[in-house]
Design a protein around this ligand. Structure first.
Ligand code: ATP
Ligand code: MG
Length: 292
């Protein structure tokens, strides 16, 4: 059996054997044997002997394989829940608009809305498919204000229904950012959706675009909702951490991932019964140019 004369171990797989009084037969199983060899030197540092020790590590192998399979399964589960989460909003709004059309409420902008939601579904699907085979996000120079406005628009019907006003505040000169527009829009939608969910009695949500420093821009989302306790805030962003009956608890996890991939960060401050401030900090376009 090959084995190294060093501290390194060699593992071989051999057929399992069933032995009775007068015969030895393979039993269809496999046994993993780990062999370790230790050299013995004479006074001139020459190897004079090797001592080999072998042991059956089949149980450890089985446990390792099981762990690997469980990890793979949980990643598949997380991905499936992620797809469901991202698909839910565009599907709900398309269904609502289709129902309006069905009742004879025909308006040309309804068709355009459905088409834009379907395009978003396609983009999300593409995003998830490329998760398995990661690719760089499709970065381009965009107007930060427009991306935020589009997210606010998507949430507008829901906020009106919940008696919530979304007020946008920003400087006259908003720098451009370098990002995957659909991904960053999704982040803003997730954060605004959380703010709407946190204000069951209505009120005001403010969005601000602020200069963070010479290289970064800050998108601030302020709500006056139920808030998050100091103890719970530690778990926010962990997969499946949700206080909502229909929440997947993936919104902030996916948002964090997207923002980090763009070289930015998300910060949350909150006081119970007073409200929450979420900051999304992203590099501005000119700081990207400097890096190249
Ligand atoms: N603005 C907020 N105010 C109060 N609680 C919040 C706010 N944002 C997030 N949370 C808390 O963080 C949890 C995790 O948020 P996340 O967006 O990751 O998932 P979710 O909103 O529960 O589920 P989903 O995003 O699938 O609807 C929420 O369930 C909620 O308890
Ligand atoms: Mg959410």
């Amino acid at each position: 059996m090959p084995a190294p004369a060093s501290d390194k171990a060699t593992t071989v797989r051999i057929p399992g054997i069933e032995a009775d009084d007068d015969s030895l037969e393979t039993d269809g199983s496999w046994v993993y044997i780990e062999t370790r060899g230790t050299p013995i030197f004479d006074e001139d540092r020459k190897v004079v002997q090797c001592v080999y020790g072998s042991r059956d590590i089949s149980e450890r192998k089985k446990a390792e394989e099981l762990l690997l399979r469980t990890e793979k399964l949980s990643i598949v589960g997380q991905m499936a829940a992620g797809v469901a989460h991202e698909f839910r909003n565009p599907l709900t709004s398309s269904k609502g608009i289709a129902q309006l059309l069905h009742r004879g409420n025909e308006k040309p902008e309804y068709i355009e809305l459905i088409l834009s939601e379907v395009r978003r579904l396609e983009a999300i699907l593409w995003g998830f498919l490329t998760l398995a085979k990661p690719q760089a996000p499709k970065l381009k120079e965009v107007d930060a204000e427009v991306v935020l406005q589009q997210a606010v628009l998507i949430l507008s019907t829901q906020s009106i229904l919940n008696k919530i006003d979304i007020i946008e505040e920003h400087d006259s000169e908003v720098p451009r950012i370098y990002c995957d527009e659909n991904q960053i829009k999704q982040v803003f939608i997730n954060i605004l959706q959380n703010a709407v969910d946190a204000m069951p009695n209505g009120g005001i949500i403010k969005t601000q675009i602020l200069s963070h420093n010479s290289e970064y821009i800050k998108f601030r989302f302020i709500d006056h909702g139920i808030g998050i306790s100091a103890e719970r805030i530690k778990s926010i962003g962990e997969p499946f951490y949700s206080s909502k009956e229909k929440g997947t608890g993936l919104g902030l996890m996916l948002s964090n991932k997207i923002v980090h991939e763009h070289g930015g960060s998300i910060h949350i401050e909150s006081t119970v019964n007073e409200g929450t401030i979420v900051d999304v900090i992203l590099p501005i376009y000119s700081s990207f140019l400097k890096r190249d």
